[in-house]
Design a protein around this ligand. Structure first.
Ligand code: SF4
Ligand code: SF4
Length: 104
């Protein structure tokens, strides 16, 4: 399952930088978790990092996004491919910009 942040969140900002998938973001009022990116930290850590650091324990599993360990692992692999593609695109754009600069 993906996790979710309840309205007990005090916006302490601690969890957001701990997420290896950049799944946590500041919503209109409190922090939120993008279920498409949350793998319960599967693939990165043995336990959900946001849960470990949250001082008010307001990050339960999201019953609306029930997922098996196998599904979470597949999500992790899909996200890794996206990251690699984005890095490759950024690298290619950088190379093209450098070539353009040297040709000017
Ligand atoms: S469980 Fe892990 S992947 Fe999911 S939001 Fe928390 S830190 Fe991010
Ligand atoms: S660590 Fe907990 S209280 Fe702090 S911003 Fe994250 S969800 Fe909210």
């Amino acid at each position: 399952m993906a996790l979710m942040i309840t309205d007990e969140c005090i916006n302490c900002d601690v969890c957001e930088p701990e997420c290896p998938n950049q799944a946590i973001y500041l919503g209109p009022e409190i922090y939120q978790i993008d279920p498409a990116k949350c793998t319960e930290c599967v693939g990165h850590f043995d336990a959900p990092q946001c849960v470990q650091v949250c001082p008010v324990s307001c990050i339960p599993v999201d019953p609306g996004h029930a997922e098996s360990q196998a599904t979470l692992w597949q999500k992790y692999q899909r996200l890794q491919k996206q990251v690699q593609t984005q890095r490759l695109s950024a690298s290619q754009a950088s190379s093209l910009a450098a070539a353009s600069d040297s040709g000017a």
